[in-house]
Design a protein. Structure first.
Length: 185
């Protein structure tokens, strides 16, 4: 799974990891009135990395947690979902609006493989000081460069260059650097 190869989510080891993550999410989401220090300690418990000042508002949902890397000062607003079957890296100072979804899981285009309950994943990397508006979706394999902006409700299907603003379904460049394949592929 972590290498992006086909796997089945019902594998006993993955099912146990998913159950652990579900129990952690129940505790984390119930602790919405706990101090920031206590909530950060819970993030450190489940995530691959939770930097200083990283804040995740409840409710929050993920597949495993252990593939999520939040750098210093990352902020995830209410209702974010991260399907972390492979690595999700979010750079320092990045802000995600409410209801943002970061999706790394993919399903085969071949119907026979899908019928076998196989899936795979591609990592998502989000740079430093990025702003992703509420309800946006970031699809598998996408990299978003430093200082980029993703408009609310956008579906990001391709890489976004540093300093670029994208919006729409699929997300397209509105402003920023030109002459780059960016999000307009």
């Amino acid at each position: 799974m972590l290498r992006g190869e086909l796997y089945t989510a019902s594998d006993p080891e993955l099912a146990a990891d998913s159950a652990r993550a579900a129990a952690w999410m129940a505790r984390y989401n119930a602790a919405s009135t706990a101090s920031e220090v206590d909530r950060h300690a819970l993030l450190v418990e489940a995530m691959a990395h939770a930097g200083v000042g990283a804040v995740v508002r409840a409710p929050f949902h993920c597949d495993y947690g252990y593939n999520i890397y939040l750098e210093d000062g990352v902020f995830l607003n209410f209702g974010c979902v991260i399907l972390d079957v492979v690595a999700v890296r979010i750079g320092a100072g990045t802000k995600l609006g409410p209801g943002v979804q970061i999706l790394t899981a993919e399903h085969p285009r071949d119907a026979a493989l899908r019928a076998m309950q196989l899936e795979s994943g591609r990592p998502v990397t989000i740079g430093r000081n990025v702003w992703i508006g509420g309800g946006a979706q970031v699809l598998p394999g996408v990299t978003i460069g430093d200082d980029a902006i993703v408009g609310a409700g956008s579906v990001v299907t391709h890489d976004v260059a540093a300093g670029v603003t994208v919006a729409g379904v699929p997300a397209r460049v509105l402003s920023g650097k030109t002459g780059h394949a960016g999000a307009e592929r």
